[in-house]
Design a protein around this ligand. Structure first.
Ligand code: TRP
Length: 352
C-alpha cells in the first residue's frame, strides 16, 4: 500500500456484466490493495450523450446497482470511496477553469468523442461532449489522483488530463501530480452472440446479477462454431465464444483442455460443452451472489456508502479548489474588491 491515489469509474448507465468484470472490475479489486481508491459515478459525463428526464430519473437506481455489483465483485467499502459526480459542484468549477488550458482542435482530434457522438445519433458534436475529456480531467485532478486505470477508449482522455495538469503547473505553480495512465484492459470479452464486444445495448451479456437459471439459458443460446452441425463433426476452438468463456471463467483447466480436445476431434456434443460452461460461470458467480445477498440484507447500506463517500470527497475537493483559486490568483481578485468595499462601507458609517 502506497500513499498514491487511484481514480477510475463509470457512467451510471446500468448493471455490470462479465465483460465489465474481466475488462475493469477484476483489476480494480486487485488495485484497491495497492492504492487509496476512489471510484467515480460519472453522471455528468452520462449527460453528454443521455440527458432526457427519463435518463436522469435512472441515475440513482443505476448508481446503486453499479455500486452493489462492484461490492459483490469484491470492492471493499473500507478501501474504496464511491462518489457521485453531480453532487460535487466544485468539479464543475474546476471544469470551467480547465477549459482554458486546452484548445478546440486538440479535442476535435480525439476519435472516441466522434464515436460517442455517432453512437448517440448526434449529427453535430455537442459542446459538452467535446469537453468530455476536460470534465474527466476535473474528476481526476480534483482528488489529485496519481494513477488512472482505464480502457483503450479512455486513453486519449487521460492524455488530455496530463496535458492540463502540466499546463496548470506551468502557468500557476506546482499544484497537481501528472497522473499515470495504466491500461485496465486485462482483456475484452466477446458477446455471447460472438460479436466482438459484450455490451448491454447489443443484449449479448451475462450480468453479475443474473440467476443460475438465467446463466444456463444464456449459455445454452450462445453462439458457437456454425459449421459444426452435429456432435461428430470436428469443431474450431479458436475464436469460439463458448471456449473463450471457458478460458476466462472455468476454474478447472483440465476439464477445459479435455473439452477442447474432444471438440476438435468431434467426440463431444455442444450440450455437454455448454452445460459445463454454465456450471463454471455459476461457480464463478456464486461468491459474488453471496456477497450481494449480504449487502442487500442491510437496506440502505449501499446508499449510505455512496453518500458518505460523496461527502468525504466533496470536503477534499473543496480544499483543492481553494488551493487552485489561490494558485491562480483568483481568490486575490475578489479579496481586493471586497476589502475596498469594506473600507468604503466603514468610511461611510464613520461619516454618518
Ligand atoms: N470516461 C469514463 C467512461 O468511459 C468514465 C469516467 C469519468 C472516468 N470520469 C473518469 C474514468 C475519471 C476514469 C477517471 O465511462
Amino acid at each position: 500500500m502506497t500513499d498514491q491515489r487511484m481514480l477510475t469509474g463509470d457512467r451510471p448507465t446500468g448493471k455490470l456484466h462479465l465483460g465489465h468484470y474481466v475488462g475493469s472490475i477484476a483489476n480494480r479489486v486487485k488495485l484497491q490493495h495497492q492504492y487509496e481508491t476512489s471510484l467515480i459515478l460519472a453522471d455528468l459525463h452520462m449527460l453528454t450523450t443521455k440527458n432526457a428526464r427519463s435518463d436522469i430519473a435512472e441515475i440513482s437506481g443505476n448508481a446503486r446497482q453499479m455500486v452493489l455489483d462492484s461490492l459483490a465483485a469484491g470492492i471493499e467499502p473500507e478501501r474504496a470511496t464511491f462518489y457521485l459526480q453531480s453532487a460535487i459542484p466544485e468539479i464543475g468549477e474546476l471544469n470551467t477553469l480547465f477549459q482554458n488550458l486546452i484548445t478546440v482542435p486538440r479535442l476535435e482530434r480525439i476519435p472516441s468523442l466522434k464515436d460517442m457522438a455517432s453512437d448517440a445519433s448526434k449529427e453535430e458534436m455537442p459542446y459538452g461532449l467535446l469537453g468530455y475529456p476536460v470534465l474527466q480531467a476535473a474528476d481526476i485532478l480534483c482528488v489529485k489522483a496519481n494513477v488512472v486505470p482505464v480502457g483503450k477508449d479512455n486513453h486519449a482522455h487521460v492524455e488530455v488530463t496530463r496535458e492540463i495538469a502540466r499546463r496548470f503547473n506551468h502557468l500557476y505553480g506546482e499544484t497537481f501530480p501528472v497522473p499515470e495512465l495504466v491500461t485496465s484492459e486485462v482483456s475484452t470479452l466477446v458477446g455471447t452472440d460472438g460479436h466482438a464486444k459484450a455490451s448491454k445495448s447489443l443484449g449479448n451479456v451475462i450480468y453479475l446479477a443474473d440467476s443460475a437459471e438465467e446463466v444456463r439459458k444464456k449459455v445454452a443460446a450462445m453462439y458457437t462454431d456454425p459449421n459444426r452441425v452435429r456432435a461428430d463433426v470436428p469443431g474450431t476452438v479458436e475464436g469460439n465464444p463458448v471456449f473463450i468463456y471457458h478460458d476466462a471463467f472455468n476454474d478447472d483447466p483440465d476439464q477445459v483442455a479435455d473439452l477442447k480436445e474432444r471438440y476438435q476431434a468431434g467426440t463431444v456434443g455442444d450440450v455437454e460443452v455448454k452445460d459445463k460452461l454454465a456450471a463454471a460461470i455459476n461457480r464463478f458467480l456464486d461468491p459474488i451472489r453471496e456477497r450481494r445477498a449480504a449487502f442487500e440484507a442491510q437496506p440502505g447500506l449501499v446508499d449510505q456508502i455512496i453518500v458518505e463517500g460523496t461527502e468525504r470527497t466533496r470536503r477534499e475537493v473543496q480544499q483543492v479548489v481553494f488551493e487552485v483559486r489561490k494558485a491562480m490568483g483568483l481568490a486575490g481578485a475578489y479579496n481586493q474588491l471586497r476589502r475596498k468595499a469594506e473600507r468604503a462601507q466603514k468610511k461611510a458609517a464613520a461619516e454618518s
